[in-house]
Design a protein around this ligand. Structure first.
Ligand SMILES: Nc1ncnc2c1ncn2[C@@H]1O[C@H](COP(=O)(O)OP(=O)(O)OP(=O)(O)O)[C@@H](O)[C@H]1O
Ligand SMILES: [Mg+2]
Length: 401
């Protein structure tokens, strides 16, 4: 009989509630820990609603990658537009990604298409296009909130448009101001390529988005998990581990991505929850070359200790294991291969070396007692792959377990 793979997949239980909400391009309704920025932006832009077209705002947003700049501004733009519409005030929010629309011409065409359908594409210079935009705005009594995301791409290639946009109403006195601009950049150093007067205009209003702390990432991922996955799919320990990995990479996109991948792995294993091993596999599909190299030259007794940690972690559902459990496991392995175990202080040194080598992290659960109350965690590597690799290297050294 022919197997119908679709039917099989459709019969399978899923752990997703709304898979699309874990997509990195999905904009959730709320953005935990960006309330302050949203509130500040609203205060800066409220006059666009209270006294329409009397002033134009120019704001620059800066901050590292994957910390919610685009998401915050998208929510803000839609909020401004809809609040204005409720009061019969015409504000149009247009979000342009300058990495995709890399020239002034392309940016201007995107703006026109946003405010006027059926505009012929060819035969205009950027100057013509800018004038056309101003005419349309005047004619429709419209105020444009123009967001230029990843603005550095445009600055590096073609700074003229920014110059024109920031100068638009300089020569006119008392006329309606119809364009406000929010530029988004990761790093302010790209501004150096602009002329000094444009820099000073933009530098007047910079809002710096700070990196999220690990606790904030925890809250955000918890919220995204609640949106996307069925209840009780991810326990607190796993959420904490995911948050730490995400914090280390500094990019929420990475966290959302491995979360989704881990869920797919869990489904393939027919689990109805996310296990730590699924997350590890998603985080690192294979052992990186640098770790291969590190283990290849590692002393036998140190490898045995690492193997003990790996085996223990693989067999528990928690993301970390205590040092006492590790020592117990290590002694069992030594007994099996008839080797004398190393002393406690030597093993503790190895543990600290693992930490320096970036293989493990150590968490002290009780401040007063050194060593034995430490909890050890392997963050970045799939345990199954790591265990296989250690076995292979030990075998080459003549140790067969
Ligand atoms: N506070 C938050 N709450 C919920 N999701 C968030 C939050 N902050 C960021 N995200 C999510 O994280 C992902 C990355 O955010 P975003 O795309 O806004 O980053 P960015 O700062 O614009 O990065 P880049 O500089 O690389 O463009 C998105 O999927 C976004 O929905
Ligand atoms: Mg962005």
């Amino acid at each position: 009989m022919v197997i119908n793979y679709f039917e099989n997949l459709l019969k399978r239980n899923t752990i997703f509630k709304a898979e699309d909400t874990l997509d990195i391009n999905y904009i959730p309704e709320r953005l935990p820990h960006r309330e302050k920025e949203l509130s500040l932006l609203s205060q800066l832009f409220i006059s666009l609603i209270t006294t329409p077209n009397t002033l134009s705002r120019k704001i620059l947003i800066s901050g590292n990658t994957g910390i919610g700049k685009t998401a915050t501004i998208k929510i803000f733009g839609n909020m401004l537009q809809s609040t204005a519409h409720k009061r019969a005030i015409n504000i149009k929010y247009i979000h342009i990604n300058c990495r995709k629309e890399r020239t002034s011409y392309k940016v201007l065409i995107s703006i026109i298409r946003g405010i006027e359908s059926n505009f012929p594409k060819r035969g205009y210079s950027p100057q013509d296009l800018l004038e056309t935009i101003l005419n349309i705005l005047q004619h429709k009594n419209l105020h444009l909130l123009l967001v230029l995301d990843e603005l550095n791409y445009l600055i590096n290639k073609d700074g003229d448009l920014i110059y024109s946009l920031t100068r638009l109403y300089d020569d006119s006195y008392n006329c309606p101001q119809r364009i406000s601009i929010i530029g988004i950049v990761r790093d302010l150093s790209c501004l150096n390529n602009l002329d000094s007067s444009t820099i000073s205009t933009l530098q007047n209003n910079i809002i710096k988005f700070n990196k999220y702390s690990v606790e904030q990432i925890n809250d955000i991922l918890e919220y995204r998990i609640r949106l996307g996955l069925k209840a009780d799919t991810v326990n607190n320990d796993l959420l904490k581990m995911l948050s730490e990995i995400t914090y280390e990479k500094g990019d929420l996109r990475y966290g959302l991505n491995i979360l989704w991948k881990a869920c797919k792995i869990a489904e393939n294993k027919q689990l109805n929850y996310l296990s730590t091993e699924c997350l590890r596999l998603a985080n690192q599909e294979s052992v990186p070359y640098s770790i291969h190299d590190l283990l290849k030259y590692m002393k036998q007794e140190k490898l045995l200790l690492l193997l003990s940690i790996t085996i223990l972690l693989k067999n528990t559902k928690t993301p970390s294991v205590s040092l006492s459990e590790i020592l117990e496991q290590y002694h069992i392995i030594c007994e099996n291969i008839k080797k004398n175990p190393k002393s406690y202080s030597q093993l503790w040194n190895y543990i600290n070396e693992f930490k320096k080598e970036g293989l493990i992290s150590i968490e002290l659960k009780s401040k007063n007692i050194q060593g034995r109350r430490s909890y050890i965690k392997i963050l970045d590597i799939s345990l199954m792959n790591l265990e296989n690799l250690i076995h292979k290297i030990l075998k080459k050294k003549g140790v067969i377990l």
